[in-house]
Design a protein around this ligand. Structure first.
Ligand code: FES
Length: 570
């Protein structure tokens, strides 16, 4: 790759010389000397926002990356894209992940840069940046903002957001009062950084490192730790060094590295959302991992990481325990070791040196796993013919082989209106069913963690089988079947479920089945009518082109999955 610097992607005036002259002239107004404008340019995607607490440390990271770039002899140019703060977006940040991916891809493709550092952190930002970089296919390194550190409440450590849900559950069950929950509100998220457990953000950081898109040992460094600033400087230096032998995302994100990432997802018992995001990232490069392969990987890969929401620790513990490298070492025999990372090292080379210390409280040895099988599986059946996802590691084993009566909520509003109604006809062994919460119907919010109806929660019921076409937060837990596909909003057969029907769930058989005969299901589906779609703007584009969860919820015109379209990447 030639280093074009400021001469790259010239504005089209029909006179390239003039375009270069004009650009240099405007660049000079930013205090850049002629000598500086002769250097290669490293773009730095920055995503700070007054609506994104997880990116509070962004300015320091941009400075640190810039220092590394300058020290290595190139010109850093930071620029913004949209930023997605998980809890600040309606109806859900998921709707905007593809918008951020498009913003990232287009700005990487249109502006003059020889390579780019992508800085993200909060749930949807890292997948959006990796999707955009994969499609733009210019040399890129992902740097994450890092997880938050824990706070304290009555001597107990806590961090967003497993503890948010745990304490909210206690409050709903009248175990703590309004005064205490208000006190806890100020203690859950006390430093900069992403959620402090193995939620979606942390999972995606581990996946980015496993794919080879981040520097080794950087995923888990706490946001406020000096090592994060050092990692940022090193990222800046590495991206400049890489210019002599550039490696593009399409060479790093391969079928083998995607399989490695799925392995790590299982071993860390990561977020269910990561399956959708990794599928979308891989889809940008025409790579698809089947449900059968996913289940095979899950059944072969033990859960080794003892962090919330599945276990006990926090991301700060994971970092101190050895981080992603400690996990990779333990499952080395299951990995493709010839994949390469952003600086051209093979995974085998990275793992050739053993770590001097691993804290086995948080990263178990292979012979002493938390669970002998992976955290997530795909299930299917007559109400999810294209599959659904179940996080077995965060569920109640007593609910793994059950048949229960359906208690149906027709949508999010119906759920909000009736879940706590004193006259709701519900028992602890029923199955809570939420419809119309999939990508097209509702943007696929994290509503799959249906609350336990108050009247049952007060009687001490902690978990129930819950099924939906929604997602759930990576920080949540419970016996919850998600991403039922196709969704009700496009006429998926989940729409046929009625109150009182029996539903059978079997982890052993990896199945979810409505025990109603096919004819009755067909008759009910004949009554189904699609809802009207938004007519203007981005919402219209989204509703017309978003694909289902097994396709990563990407837009159909952006994926390079050969089964869907023939787009080629840059
Ligand atoms: Fe940003 Fe959890 S809200 S990572």
């Amino acid at each position: 790759m030639s280093k074009k610097g400021i001469r790259g992607n010239l504005t089209n005036y029909g006179d390239a010389e003039f375009a270069g002259f004009l650009r240099r002239s405007f660049a000079r107004s930013m205090g850049l000397s002629t000598e500086m404008l002769e250097k290669p340019i490293i773009g730095i995607v920055m995503t700070p926002s007054g609506f994104n607490s997880c990116h509070r440390g962004m300015p320091e990271l941009v400075d640190a990356v810039s220092r590394g770039v300058l020290a290595a002899g190139a010109l850093p140019r930071a620029f913004p894209t949209i930023s997605l703060g998980e809890v600040f977006l309606k109806p859900t940040s998921m709707v905007y992940r593809n918008l951020m991916a498009m913003d990232t891809e287009e700005m990487l493709s249109a502006q003059p840069m020889d390579a780019v550092v992508l800085i993200g952190g909060c749930d949807k930002t890292v997948p959006a940046q990796l999707m955009g970089a994969a499609s733009a296919n210019i040399p890129a390194i992902q740097l994450v903002t890092g997880p938050m550190s824990t706070g304290r409440h009555k001597g107990e450590r806590l961090a967003a957001c497993t503890d948010c849900r745990r304490f909210w559950g206690k409050y709903r069950a009248d175990e703590i009062d309004a005064h205490e929950i208000a006190d806890i509100e100020g203690k859950l998220s006390t430093t900069s950084g992403t959620c402090g457990v193995m939620g979606t953000a942390s999972t995606m950081a581990c996946i980015a490192e496993t794919l080879g898109m981040s520097l080794p040992d950087t995923a888990a460094i706490p946001s406020v730790h000096s090592a994060r600033l050092v990692a940022a400087v090193k990222t800046g230096e590495a991206i400049v060094r890489m210019l002599d032998k550039p490696i593009k995302p399409g060479e790093i994100i391969t079928e083998k590295s995607v399989e490695n990432a799925f392995r790590v997802l299982m071993a860390i018992s990561g977020s269910t959302n990561a399956i959708v995001h990794l599928t979308a990232i891989a889809g940008r490069l025409g790579i698809r991992i089947s449900d059968e392969r996913l289940n095979q990987i899950s059944d072969e890969t033990p859960v080794l990481v003892n962090l919330k929401p599945v276990g006990e620790g926090y991301m700060e513990d994971f970092h101190a325990a050895g981080g992603v490298r400690a996990v990779l070492q333990e499952i080395k025999h299951l990995l493709h070791l010839d994949t390469i990372n952003v600086v051209g090292q093979t995974l085998g080379e990275i793992l050739s040196e053993p770590l001097d210390f691993v804290d086995r409280t948080y990263v178990r040895e292979l012979k002493d796993p938390i669970s002998p099988v992976g955290g997530l599986i795909s299930v299917s059946g007559n109400i999810a013919p294209d599959g659904a996802i179940f996080k077995r590691a965060a569920a109640t084993p007593d609910l793994f082989e059950v048949t229960g009566r359906a208690v149906v909520f027709e949508g999010l509003e119906d759920l909000a209106n009736r879940i706590d109604a004193p006259d709701l006809d519900v028992k602890a062994d029923d199955v809570l069913v939420l419809k119309n919460a999939g990508p097209v119907a509702a943007g696929m919010p994290e509503a799959g963690y249906l609350p336990i109806p108050k009247k049952l929660a007060r009687r001490g019921v902690k978990d129930m089988l819950r099924i939906s076409d929604a997602r759930m937060s990576g920080t949540a837990f419970g016996t919850i079947v998600l991403h039922m596909s196709p969704e009700t909003g496009v006429g998926g057969p989940l729409a046929a479920v009625q109150n009182g029907d029996l539903i059978r769930f079997s982890v052993k058989e990896k199945s979810i089945t409505l025990l109603v005969d096919d004819q009755t299901i067909e008759k009910r589906m004949a009554q189904w009518k699609p809802a009207a779609k938004p007519k203007r703007g981005y919402q219209s584009l989204y509703a017309r082109t978003v694909m289902q969860a097994p396709d990563g919820c990407d837009f159909d015109f952006l994926t390079s999955d050969p089964e869907i379209n023939n787009n080629s990447t840059g």
